[in-house]
Design a protein around this ligand. Structure first.
Ligand SMILES: Nc1ncnc2c1ncn2[C@@H]1O[C@H](COP(=O)(O)OP(=O)(O)O)[C@@H](O)[C@H]1O
Ligand SMILES: CC(=O)N[C@@H](CCC(=O)OP(=O)(O)O)C(=O)O
Length: 265
């Protein structure tokens, strides 16, 4: 059975309709695919930090992470958010197992940018054995992107980047579920969605500022995972559950990312 990695962004987590989880449970029950959820939690981490009067800063969509910030990110993502998703799936009869990248060394990371962003990591290895055991036992893994280093330290990893690496490890499709209908650009005062973007187009839209903030790690990790054999990556609107259904039925929704130009876009 094929695996599909669903990255659920913090932007959309609390607004997802029960239909979303029902669809995942149905995909699993009908043996259409093995879903894996990797989630984020940026807005809730911001909220927790602000309540504690801790300032936070992002560089190209990545949070500068001190030990203090890491502890809060872990509390929010591996604790509250992860268990909330697991409970949502369980409440509709699904069987979910919530873990962070630290558990069972599920996600091994190393520090990036020579530590300039603090305890921010990138995934170097995914423990597919543990994940396969969960999936083969009927479970839906729900993963929080706090990872563990070979040095034994925990690292904060952007959710999109973690999801891209999990998709890469399983050579699976990657569906990035966010609160926008895809990559949007304002042309002559009107907003349009790019239904298809290549690597080259993405880089030029980052340079020109059309793609900014949290969309940067999203598009970059989607493209990076493609290089390693992932069939396709797509950015979809989780606020419209039909988007995902339509996408799985082969209809043109959201923004599909490919290495190069393809026909039928
Ligand atoms: N060209 C773009 N099209 C759509 N959204 C964009 C674009 N560039 C930047 N963004 C921003 O990226 C956000 C999605 O990234 P992020 O907030 O990290 O989402 P998530 O929490 O779902 O991972 C959008 O809400 C929007 O503010
Ligand atoms: C290093 C880094 O930036 N980590 C992210 C992890 C959460 C995340 O990615 O959340 P979204 O998916 O909601 O954006 C952060 O601390 O916000």
């Amino acid at each position: 059975m094929i695996t599909i990695v669903f990255k659920v962004g913090g932007s959309v987590l609390n607004q997802l309709s029960p239909k979303f989880y029902q669809m995942l449970v149905r995909l699993k029950e009908t043996e259409t695919c093995n879903p894996i959820i990797v989630h984020g939690g940026g807005p809730e981490i911001n909220e927790a930090l602000s309540k504690m009067n801790i300032e936070t800063e992002f560089v190209d969509g990545l949070r500068v992470t001190t030990e203090e910030v890491l502890n809060i990110a872990e509390m929010v993502m591996s604790g509250t958010i992860n268990k909330r998703i697991v409970a949502s799936i369980q409440s509709i009869g699904g069987n979910a197992l919530g873990l962070s990248g630290v558990d069972g060394k599920l996600l091994q990371a190393r520090q990036i940018h020579n530590g300039k962003l603090g305890l921010v990591g990138e995934i170097i290895e995914v423990n597919t054995e543990w994940l396969s055991i969960i999936m083969n036992s009927g479970g839906i893994p729900v993963i929080s992107p706090i990872a563990i280093g070979e040095d034994g330290r925990r690292y904060n990893v952007n959710g999109d980047m973690a999801a891209g690496k999990v998709a890469e490890a399983f050579q699976s499709k990657l569906i990035l579920v966010s609160n926008i209908p895809g990559v949007i650009e304002s042309v002559n005062g009107e907003e349009m969605i790019h239904h298809h973007l290549t690597k080259q187009q993405v880089e030029s839209k980052i340079d020109s500022g059309v793609i900014y903030g949290g969309m940067i790690p999203k598009v970059r990790s989607a493209l990076a995972s493609l290089k390693s054999g992932v069939a396709e990556s797509v950015i979809l609107n989780g606020l419209n559950p039909d988007d995902i259904k339509n996408y799985l039925e082969g209809k043109a929704v959201g923004t599909v990312l490919t290495e190069r130009e393809v026909e039928h876009v």
